[in-house]
Design a protein around this ligand. Structure first.
Ligand SMILES: [Zn+2]
Length: 412
């Protein structure tokens, strides 16, 4: 069934463009976003049709800019929404859920955006896919390219965590380590994109790619019994995820699947790379680029493309964007693991730490229905917490177990 998407629309001046591999407005250089025929979606996307759809993000295909059934389907999405009572109690909250996107095929939310980008790229006839990545995107592009037999070039900062490089190269794609930070990699990719007829998922296919993130909101609403929560907390790298979660809830209201309601959207950044949080704190109209210096490498985008739109969303919805220290990130990872059984990468440490901060500051009330978005797996960033764990080591002897293990446990 043909897509419900109508065209690409400039977010700044509103000019429209055909559904091609375009990403920036020729007139004002504003970013392009997919616009839909919501009447068409309203007619197609009933709760019944969605609930009979596949247990993946493709159950929301009516809201996505793709025509065909997915050629590549790693069954991304439809991840668990878990009631986190122990974490809630720890923070003085009562109604808290964790959306566990570590449960995706390559263990981060990027599988959502890549599923949509790759499908759209293949529909547009591209034969090579590529991306600039801080790691999670690299993993996902590589896996989806491998599954579809598409050639892929993945560009990453050379200093990326080794786990993320291995978990990309294993799929047999071309991994290019660039001496520089993510913003350097991104600049290089924009240049390559103008030379080569490749689908750069987060450059010339970005408008389609970004739409995949809306499915986080769709699933949250469906899993809550078709309603939006009061507050959501989400990490901020480019700012795109935050704006698309907002758009997702808005769309569900627009087509009548939930009561119209915009949850307060709270964004989370690391202090070591918090340009959007800084702009929020200063009530600035622009986001000043920074040089990233943080263990939260998947959020280390110093010049965030959608930062300004993320600011708009949080201001409009009564949310905020906060930042946390490196120690708070590590504490956040541990707090989440110890109270929910979910081991997150550093980005989730940032998000959990910001949730804790918001709860402590009274910006999230105990009775607020709150959803915490955990977007990546801790096995990808083991180094961040390797020094903080403790274990026992003994000889295979009962008496030593009693003395050195039980003795210590009882003492503490
Ligand atoms: Zn424009």
């Amino acid at each position: 069934m043909a897509t419900t998407a109508e065209n690409l629309k400039c977010k700044e001046c509103g000019r429209t463009y055909p559904l091609k591999a375009l990403f920036v407005c020729e007139f004002c250089f504003g970013p392009l976003e997919v616009a839909y025929d919501y009447e068409k979606i309203r007619r197609r996307a009933t709760k019944e049709r969605i609930s009979h759809g596949p247990p993946s993000l493709w159950r929301y295909k009516d809201f996505l800019p793709v025509n065909d059934k997915p050629a590549v389907d790693l069954q991304a999405g439809f991840t668990p929404l878990i009631k986190a009572d122990r974490l809630a109690a720890e923070l003085g909250l009562k109604k808290l859920w964790v959306k566990n996107d570590t449960a995706n095929p390559t263990h981060s939310f990027k599988d959502r955006v890549v599923s949509v980008a790759l499908q759209r790229a293949l529909e547009m006839g591209f034969e090579v896919v590529a991306c600039a990545s801080t790691g999670n995107l690299a993993n996902s592009v590589a896996a989806h390219a491998a599954a579809s037999g598409t050639e892929a070039f993945v560009f990453v900062p050379a200093n990326l965590e080794i786990q993320k490089i291995i978990a990309t190269a294993i799929y047999g794609v071309n991994v290019v380590k660039v001496n520089g930070n993510y913003d350097d990699v991104n600049r290089l990719c924009t240049e390559i994109a103008s030379e080569k007829n490749w689908a750069f998922v987060n450059v010339n296919v970005r408008p389609y790619y970004a739409e995949g993130s809306k499915t986080l909101a769709f699933e949250t609403a469906e899993q809550l019994g078709w309603r939006a929560p009061d507050k959501v907390v989400t990490p901020v790298a480019s700012g795109s995820l935050l704006t698309k979660i907002h758009k997702g809830f808005w769309e569900l209201g627009e087509v009548g699947l939930i009561r119209r309601k915009a949850p307060s959207v709270h964004g989370a950044q690391a202090l070591g790379c918090g340009p959007v949080a800084a702009a929020y704190a200063e009530e600035a109209e622009h986001v000043k680029p920074v040089k990233p210096d943080t263990i939260a490498k998947s959020l280390a985008i110093g010049n965030p493309a959608d930062g300004i739109f993320a600011l708009e969303v949080v201001r409009e919805t009564g949310g905020s964007i906060e930042s946390v220290t490196e120690q708070e990130i590590v504490d956040g990872i541990k707090l989440l693991a110890e109270t929910t059984g979910i081991f997150t990468e550093t980005a989730g440490g940032v998000t959990t730490a910001v949730l804790a901060k918001l709860a402590a500051a009274g910006k999230i009330y105990p009775d607020d229905e709150t959803v915490l978005y955990i977007t990546g797996d801790g096995l990808k960033t083991l180094d961040a917490v390797a020094d903080t764990i403790s274990t026992f080591q003994i000889d295979p002897s009962y008496s030593q177990f009693e003395e050195d293990v039980l003795g210590e446990v009882i003492k503490s």
